[in-house]
Design a protein around this ligand. Structure first.
Ligand code: SF4
Length: 477
């Protein structure tokens, strides 16, 4: 009897941060290499992977809702395989398989290399009859899927080992065409910030070889990419043999055809004099730095285990601004970390007013099971009503600062990389070197080109502009 044909069309749906989006591209590359065709909708796919985030509870709830919705596909086509990948898969593991029995497999961030094997193993295990539910048998260890251990639960599969070495070296991502590309250079994190789930779901820091990174950037540039963003959880702690992060940034900035280099997310402690020197000296490195402060209070920073003080952070800001006066700074802030007093929260507002960040990503503390902060005494947890009020006040302060900064930039002429067509017909959306979003009139075929745009007005967060002259050049030229 001929075996059931393996599914050959895959769809990857990604939630969460840029690292996850990049992982989504990596999974697509691995699946393509494994013989799958990547399709643009779950309805067209034999394998649907939901690539998830675990950083906030809200994100997980959303994903659980989404996989329940995808179960509808399974009712119509019982052969469809539904997989959950990424940080939430790693965090919940087999519990997720129990809670959502229609999910066929969970694969953590270090198990992607073995995806085609894992899918083949699900196939080998046979397909479920329509309406059948997974057997709740105790898990048994199955033969390892490449580089990872697959644990079988009835007809479900869990690939959850974290690895000390998996950096996905040598694998190709499947990228959408466009002038910009995200290049992961590091996975995992060696820090243990007490609010953060990342080290537990992505394991320790693992860097890619500098040679591999540079080869990828050269190949991207040859294919027409002119802007790259180096990606890592604490990207500037990167080191490979004798190549430090500043060395890598310099080398990437000098690749022919690369006109813009960015990186995210750096840790403030690794914003070194050498890195700032390279940023100032290399014309391709953009005048933008994301500096995640998290809090403006030393006691809170200590309890978050951020390993710097407010004073040290301010010294980094001075260092960068002295070398690159026009630099745009953005940040991440968490309010209502357990134990944060109102006075301590006010210190964060003071930090915002002192530094005057161009942009702030603001969050209420979200307890993540397994992280040290969840073990703080219950009385320390800030009342939701108070947390919400703090968040709203922080947003008001940071938006006001952003609005003032952007209003002062109206009238400037900026180089804009056109990223896509804007929502309104006949308009384009692009980004300046300082990471400011600009919308202006133009034709869709200009996407990927650079334009000189006069910033005419601002909504506070974004700009409306007009092209200075028809001097746009093709991307990569
Ligand atoms: S540096 Fe801290 S916040 Fe950033 S990923 Fe590592 S543990 Fe999480």
């Amino acid at each position: 009897m001929s075996p059931i044909a393996a599914p050959r069309r895959a769809y990857v749906e990604t939630y969460g941060c840029q690292m996850n989006i990049s992982d989504g591209e990596l999974m697509e590359g691995i699946l393509e290499e494994g013989g799958y065709t990547i399709v643009g909708a779950p309805e067209d796919a034999d394998v649907v992977l939901v690539n998830t985030c675990a950083v906030r509870e809200h994100a997980e709830t959303r994903v659980l809702g989404r996989v329940a919705q995808l179960n509808g596909l399974k009712r119509e086509r019982p052969d469809v395989i539904i997989g959950v990948t990424g940080c939430m898969a790693q965090r919940m593991g087999e519990t997720l398989l129990e809670r959502a029995p229609y999910v066929d497999m969970v694969v953590g961030p270090d198990g992607y290399r073995g995806l085609p094997d894992a899918l083949a193993r699900l196939e080998e295990g046979g397909r479920r009859a329509p309406g059948a539910v997974a057997r709740r048998a105790p898990g048994t260890v199955a033969r390892p899927v490449t580089g990872s251990v697959a644990r079988r639960r009835g007809r479900q599969l869990a690939v959850l080992d974290l690895s000390l070495g998996e950096n996905y070296q040598g694998l190709e991502q499947r990228r959408a065409d466009g002038p910009s590309a995200w290049v992961p250079i590091q996975r995992g994190c060696d820090h243990r910030c007490t609010f953060c789930i990342v080290p537990y779901v992505r394991g320790p820091e693992k860097n890619r070889s500098a040679k591999d990174v540079l080869a990828e950037v050269r190949s991207l540039a040859a294919g027409g990419v002119s802007e790259v963003t180096l990606l890592g959880q604490t990207v500037n702690s990167y080191v490979w043999e004798d190549v430090s992060f500043p060395d890598l940034v310099r080398d990437v900035a000098r690749v022919d055809g690369i006109r813009r280099v960015r990186f995210t997310s750096p840790h403030p402690n690794d914003v070194s004099e050498r890195l700032v020197e390279v940023m100032a000296e290399e014309p391709a490195v953009c005048e933008h730095l994301h500096l995640p402060a998290q809090s403006g209070n030393d006691r809170t920073l200590r309890r978050m285990l951020r390993r710097y003080t407010v004073e040290a952070l301010l010294r980094k800001v001075e260092l960068v601004r002295a070398a690159i006066p026009d630099i745009a700074l953005s940040t991440d802030i968490i309010v209502a970390f357990p134990g944060e007093t109102d006075e301590e929260f006010r210190d964060t507002l003071d930090l915002m007013r002192t530094v005057r960040f161009d942009e702030a990503y603001t969050y209420k503390y979200s307890a993540r099971e397994g992280t040290p902060a969840t073990r703080l005494p219950e009385r320390d947890f800030v009342e939701p009503r108070v947390a919400q009020a703090r968040l709203e006040e922080l947003i008001e302060v940071s938006r006001a600062i952003q609005g003032e900064i952007n209003a002062s930039e109206v009238g400037r002429t900026e180089e804009v990389l056109i990223e896509k067509v804007a929502r309104d017909p006949g308009q384009l959306l692009g980004r300046t070197r300082r990471n400011k979003v600009v919308v202006f009139d133009g034709r869709a075929e200009r996407v990927g080109a650079y334009a000189r745009v006069v910033l005419e007005r601002t909504t506070g967060a974004t700009f409306a502009g007009v092209e200075a002259a028809l001097t746009a050049v093709a991307a990569g030229s």
